[in-house]
Write a protein that binds this ligand. Structure first.
Ligand SMILES: Nc1nc2c(ncn2[C@@H]2O[C@H](COP(=O)(O)OP(=O)(O)OP(=O)(O)O)[C@@H](O)[C@H]2O)c(=O)[nH]1
Ligand SMILES: [Mg+2]
Length: 714
């Protein structure tokens, strides 16, 4: 098993995890209303990790503001994250601020690592959606917003990078409204533009906050600058319209022109946010710690606690919907949302307690896998640093190392209990490569490393292709697979080489045919004799193979009939067109002969195979290829090039529509034509397009290409 033979360390030296004293009350965290579980989500590179860092700095959880550029952030602590300047794994920081216990999760924005973002949304009660002020809503922002919708999460929006050239808060706000509706409403507007940005105007307090340094709490409060008053009033009115909608009474008074006092506005806004009816938009510059303290305040004040969120949906014994109340006194239910595989100590699991409490040095039952787990020291992470805690109660999030068999997606309970959570809706791993270890003899080592990395990542698939015999590693994108290959080398010391996989062609027949085969051998002693006559025809859709015995009387004794079927099946493994498996054939065994002495199972198997091959030749055999549905999300100006390229790949366009500031082009394309699509799309779109592939069906290969495939395999 994982971690066996590992040094007896609590956590990995590779991750430099360490324990320090528990900084806050280690006694039971029976305070589901003090906790805030919040995930930062957004398109890649919008500044989540920088914002995460700034919030930790504001809260005093770290004493200096780390930067992505220097590789000094709490969140992106893995070597490859620092090297590539992107987040790969979700990172958790548990810290205290304003009397609240905050469990903040930084998620990767790169679509290759979306599994962590999706899993993090499952355990959060709310999300901060980060948007780049230059680009506004991007494709992945929209996808993640929908995920947060599906999980029923409250949301705040932070428009980041106000200091960048061409940053436009108001355009970003418009794109948010266009994508997510009118309930997305600004509670702040910036003071100054691009490099000149100096602060923000609070539309509720009607005050301005200026930032001169990057130190925590560095804002200076002042009057709204003269030149911004009109705009501030305009946006305050929009905010008030939205807030008033939260209560009939408030709306009536508001429409009557009555003054709504500050506290009432704050209360109504909070109610709207908690209920997921209003999505306030704030703004700032994460790297300058501008506006981030205010976001932290909003997070503490406006976002719901686990207690406020209440029961979470789960699945009972027969898959029926049940609810899990965040009852701190009830029996334990904890959900593991992230597993970090580590070459030294095995797994570190991040989990959320949904009911009851999990204690250090206790036992739990993994009800998903079945089996008991000895639970060691619990911890609250701050990135890679682990602070020991004795207990984590309902609503809380933490980490535990060295569980024997538990990994992401599993549920831990106090005792055996029929409970599960709906599986996460993850994209399929479509970017497949055949792989082999660079050094011969490293096969087992490579397989073990791949297995461990798969435990960490549910969107990674590793298998042996039964058709081609190749070892296949499949991920969401080329970047995804490249990161995995690099991790195999860095963490497990094994190098593999990738090749495009072979296309899993199939063969079939177009019409009926029959064949008569006789296998006869007489070479002294006992001979071999079998004779069979079969008819074949195409099956209806979805039936790969059917064998019907139509033998009347004892032309072939019943005992030999399974042998004929076996022979047919063996012949079907390598069709007559190009040696690929044959599917969609019904075989009827209609007649035959046997010999009392010379007939054997072996002889009938051979005769069955001979008959099938002969019948197939006569039945209009064809080569079939997998067709995939491709959906490309690209900027409008490259749509023409993308479609032109897909046409050249034998693709059929299915349609296109605008989505999140991009255009989504959908098409059907033969898989053989898009095995190496990623680099080509990257060059067509200047790296601004993304795509997804989904298997759809098999279709006949055009005759001239079929000959080429046959020539390549024979
Ligand atoms: N000018 C400016 N740069 C920023 C700001 N926020 C982040 N950056 C820079 O933008 C780049 C990406 O920032 P990250 O914080 O890594 O973004 P991210 O959203 O965590 O990226 P992924 O996790 O890979 O999706 C880094 O080079 C940051 O220094 C900002 O407010 N202003
Ligand atoms: Mg990041």
């Amino acid at each position: 098993m994982f971690g066996e033979g590992a040094p007896a360390l609590p956590f990995s030296p590779a991750l430099e995890l360490c324990f320090s004293g528990c900084t806050f009350d280690c006694v039971a965290h029976k305070a589901a209303d003090r906790i805030r579980n919040v995930a930062l989500i957004g398109h890649r590179g919008c500044g989540k990790t920088s914002l995460f860092e700034a919030m930790l700095f504001e809260a005093g959880a770290v004493s200096r503001l780390g930067t992505v550029a220097d590789g000094t952030t709490v969140s992106d602590h893995a070597a490859d994250e620092r090297e590539r300047g992107i987040s790969i794994d979700a990172a958790l920081a548990c810290f205290e601020h304003g009397g609240r216990e905050i469990n903040l999760i930084d998620t990767p924005g790169e679509p290759s690592f979306v599994a962590d973002a999706i899993a993090s949304l499952r355990v959060a009660d709310a999300a901060v959606v980060v948007v780049n002020a230059v680009n506004g809503v991007e494709v992945h922002t929209e996808r993640l917003w929908r995920r947060a919708d599906a999980e029923g999460l409250a949301r705040l929006v932070f428009v980041n990078m106000l200091d960048r050239e061409r940053a436009d808060f108001f355009a970003a706000l418009d794109s948010l409204k266009a994508a997510f509706g009118p309930h997305v409403v600004a509670t702040e507007i910036p003071v100054g533009v691009e490099g000149e940005v100096r602060g923000v105007v609070d539309l509720i307090d009607e005050r301005a906050f200026f930032y001169e340094g990057t130190g925590p709490g560095a804002a200076r409060e002042a009057e709204i600058p003269e030149e911004l008053r009109e705009r501030a009033a305009e946006y305050r009115e929009k905010l008030m319209d939205e807030v008033a909608e939260n209560s009939d009474e408030l709306m009536e008074r508001y429409l009557d022109g009555e003054q709504i006092d500050h506290d009432e506005i704050v209360r109504a806004l909070k109610q709207g946010v908690t209920a997921g009816r209003i999505f306030p938009v704030t703004c700032g510059v994460a790297t300058r710690n501008l506006g981030t303290g205010r976001l932290l305040e909003a997070l503490v004040e406006d976002l719901p606690s686990p207690a406020m969120r209440g029961a979470v949906p789960a699945l009972g014994a027969g898959g029926e919907a049940i609810e899990v109340e965040p009852d701190e006194e009830g029996p334990l239910v904890a959900y593991v949302f992230k597993t970090l595989a580590d070459p030294y100590t095995g797994r570190v699991n991040l989990f959320r307690v949904l009911r009851g409490a999990l204690r250090s040095d206790s036992q739990a039952v993994n009800v998903t896998e079945g089996g008991k787990e000895r639970v060691g020291q619990l911890a609250q992470p701050l990135g890679k640093e682990m602070r020991a805690v004795e207990e984590l109660g309902a609503g809380d999030i933490g980490a535990v190392a060295k569980l024997k068999q538990t990994h992401a997606g599993d549920v831990l309970c106090a005792a055996v209990e029929e409970i599960a959570f709906a599986p996460l809706q993850l994209p399929n791993p479509v970017m497949a490569f055949a792989y082999e270890p660079r050094s011969k003899g490293d096969e087992d080592k490579a397989a073990a490393a791949v297995r461990r990395l798969c435990e960490e990542d549910p969107t990674l698939d590793v298998h042996r292709d039964p058709q081609t015999g190749e070892q296949i590693i499949a991920g969401l994108t080329q970047v995804h697979v490249e990161v995995i290959v690099a991790r195999m080398k860095d963490r497990f010391g094994v190098e593999i080489e990738l090749h495009p996989p072979r296309v899993p062609y199939q063969e079939s027949i177009c019409g009926p045919a029959s064949a008569h085969a006789r296998y006869k051998k007489q070479s002294g002693g006992r001979g071999q004799f079998a004779d069979c006559k079969i008819e074949i025809e195409p099956t209806e859709d979805g039936i790969d193979f059917e064998f019907v015995n139509k033998i009347k009387g004892a032309a072939i004794p019943g005992g030999f009939i399974p042998a004929v079927e076996k022979g047919v099946e063996e012949a079907m493994a390598h069709g007559t067109v190009a040696g690929y498996p044959v599917k969609g054939v019904r075989v009827r065994l209609v007649d035959g002969k046997h010999h009392d002495v010379d007939s054997s199972e072996m002889a009938f198997k051979i005769a069955g195979a001979m008959a099938f091959r002969e019948a197939m030749e006569a039945a209009d055999p064809v080569l079939l290829e997998p067709i995939v549905r491709l959906s490309v999300s690209c900027p409008e100006e490259v749509v023409g090039d993308v479609i032109g390229d897909l046409n050249a790949r034998r693709g059929h366009p299915l349609g296109m529509e605008p989505k999140g500031g991009m255009t989504e082009v959908r098409a059907e394309v033969p898989m053989a034509e898009v095995l190496d699509y990623a680099p080509d799309l990257r060059s067509i779109s200047g790296g601004r397009a993304e795509y997804e592939v989904e298997f759809d069906r098999y279709e006949q290969v055009p005759a001239h290409l079929s000959e080429r495939v046959a020539a390549a395999t024979t």
